[in-house]
Design a protein around this ligand. Sequence first.
Ligand code: MLT
Length: 400
Amino acid sequence: MIKINEHYTEIGNNYLFAEVARRVREYKAAHPDKNVISLGIGDVTQPIVPAVIEAINKATAEMSKAETLRGYAPDFGYDFLVQAILKHDFLERGVQLKTSEIFVSDGAKSDTGNIGDILGKDNYIAITDPAYPVYVDTNKMAGREIELLPCTPENDFVPSFPKKTADVIYLCYPNNPTGTVLSKDQLKKWVDYALEHKSLILFDAAYEAFISQPNVPHSIYEIDGAKKCAIEFRSFSKTAGFTGMRCGYTVVPEELTTLTSKGEVISLNAMWKRRQSTKFNGTAYIVQRGAEAVYTPEGQKQIHEVIAYYKENARIIKEEIESLGITVYGGINAPYIWVKTPNNLTSWEFFDLVLNEAQIVGTPGSGFGTAGEGFFRFTAFGNRENTIEAVSRLKKLFSK
Ligand code: MLT
């Protein structure tokens, strides 16, 4: 008889964004004449920039000739991309890393989910609440015990240390979904905690390109000691519009070690290498050439224009909703706007209200965790026209 992983029965039938998509499909089927605007899942709308497209086209042409054909990609990424990442994302910020510490992948969602493969079932996990659902769901799938760390206006969205010592801590900054950040000093406290308790920080920096304010760390390795206690996840999805292309990378420093149950020192870098080379067959050459082009001077200029476009959307959403007297967080260092639902509506009540009355889709805060109840997330990744139309519909709805 088939024995299943029973933990799957504990996590609900649908992944958050699949559930939102299901409800929207139903609404559209019942109201085919309505123009629904999605500011829900953080999916990009602006085209991939010309420098990247040019590189992809060139790489595609190489695939058409036997002399330049590339077969299996290296499991951990082509050197040309790893070198570009090291130089631009780290060296230029004063962070020294080695090529052997960078693992190119098909995105941060897979990596933040797969990292659990190298972690024992008996780790005590701390996760900020609300959070990107992958962290909680994948740990529940593995049957690990989780402590949620509420991040609310009452604590300025700064998580307190767990009640029980955590072995593994998930931090995502700039934060999805609240759009809030930690300062260097605040992040340092977590690095110090992890060093003191020999914990591991899983730091998701997928939104670092949206940081506008100084003193907000782009990488956890800007904090002394972090290489001994942290793994960092990065993504080209939001930085360069790669949600459909799939490319990201994970940094696993060689200094990051722990002990086996027999007391032997073991390197997490070596374990991740072993995991990736066994279960992952590399990111497509064409995609990696596209990612490399993100770091050229033209690529940088072009992606920053697109990021500025999304940031302007964020400003518009934030300011227009605030003008209704509704409290809003985030939207300055992140592409997410975290709205306190008016009139004590629950997150899903607000979802239904804005979908039914204004044909706007957002993401219910409670879908990101208990502490997200009573909040609602809008993304800044829409196109400008839809963003302006969406806020004008919201204004009509809430000034009634
Ligand atoms: C989000 O909307 O939270 C993200 O786009 C989801 C993801 O990156 O997988």
